[in-house]
Design a protein around this ligand. Sequence first.
Ligand SMILES: NC(=O)c1ccc[n+]([C@@H]2O[C@H](COP(=O)([O-])OP(=O)(O)OC[C@H]3O[C@@H](n4cnc5c(N)ncnc54)[C@H](OP(=O)(O)O)[C@@H]3O)[C@@H](O)[C@H]2O)c1
Length: 244
Amino acid sequence: MNNIIITGACGGIGYAIATELLSNGSTIWAIGTSQEKLEELFGMNDACHLYACDLTLEEEVVKMVKHIVSLSGPVGGFVHCAGISKFVPLYLTKLKDIKSIFEIHVYTAILMCSQLSKKGIAQDNCSIVLFSSVAAHEGASGNASYAAAKGAIEGYLASAASELAEKNIRINAIVPGDINAGMFKRFSESLDEYKLEEREAKYPLGFGKAEDVANLAVFLLSEKASWITGQKYFIDGGHMSRKV
Ligand SMILES: NC(=O)c1ccc[n+]([C@@H]2O[C@H](COP(=O)([O-])OP(=O)(O)OC[C@H]3O[C@@H](n4cnc5c(N)ncnc54)[C@H](OP(=O)(O)O)[C@@H]3O)[C@@H](O)[C@H]2O)c1
């Protein structure tokens, strides 16, 4: 696969996807907020271009896509792993909290899809992979804005898939449970041993690894998934299936 854009490439899941793609010979654009951090993680590698920007700024997104296409040609795939998590109880939630969550998870995702749907920007059978979360399907105090943003991504899928199919672009979403990486790993460090064990007990196969999610993302990006679009894939070690 070539010319795959990965946002949040310095994060837990994004990094695993980037390294899995590089190990199978793909060429990628690793996107992060800091050039220094990108260089530290990916070093010098002809297969891996680095680009630092703030993806919540529309002009930065447009500039980034133009830069990538002018240097490497049409985009072969896009994985949107950039995101933030923020626990705020309802009674303290302010517009700035809601906006900051929606901006990176939802607005950037939609804006990128809009860019990719323009003439000459995406390759034939380009594949887009967005991220939802089981949080959109189960209740957890303090997480309602994040859950709503993930619900928005899932709501976006069907219409975007039908419009993008006309351009032979596919779009799917991954819906992970607790992955022992990135934002969940940081959160889990604040839990005591008992709370963590209690939480993991709700995962029949235990917490996930970033590599588990990377394998699914790479499949969705690949030709092997060329007849799959508009779908969401739960990857949660049986968490949502277990009701008792
Ligand atoms: N980890 C889990 O258990 C889990 C579960 C369900 C869903 N998810 C979803 O999976 C995706 C990846 O999660 P993760 O755990 O890998 O998160 P993570 O480790 O926190 O990584 C997120 C990345 O987003 C980037 N980012 C944040 N704001 C940005 C901005 N304004 N512009 C550009 N980049 C920005 C950060 O880049 P820099 O590091 O360069 O600053 C960061 O590395 C997210 O959508 C998350 O909601 C994760």
